[in-house]
Ligand binder design. Sequence first.
Ligand code: SF4
Length: 156
Amino acid sequence: MPVRIKTAYLYARAASGKRPAGYLEDVLSRGTVDGDEIVFEDAAYTALAEKYRTARVPAGDLGVAATKTPRPGLGKMALTLAKASARFAASGFRQVRGETLTARKAVCGACPDWDPTGYAGLGRCRKCGCSGVKLSWASERCPLGKWEVEASLSPG
Ligand code: SF4
């Protein structure tokens, strides 16, 4: 029986500092996106659970692991993700309205920095490294200022 996990939960785990660099990309690549969830076949989920039960690293060690890895930018991506997740949590995990999501998708879809095949079809912004899930978070904005935090969350 397939296992369904909220994408926001996976982001929170990745940002917790208790998972190694590359965790989110690895997990997303083994499931199928269905709305705000990722669906895993039993075997894929079992393999992931086994892998990350043994690959868990203590909080605080992530920086050391990221320094040793030859892939540049992972440390920055982890920091960006951690900050975005904190803002999302502070907003009460607020999702954008439908029209805002449609507008954001249109802007990103026309942007040369958008990779629609990234993160197993969720899409990926090459500027900040975030996945398409960010588009549905009311607390987020485009790093180039092409779209903003949803109006009701703006200061003032
Ligand atoms: S978030 Fe901004 S920079 Fe990134 S793909 Fe979308 S429009 Fe482009």
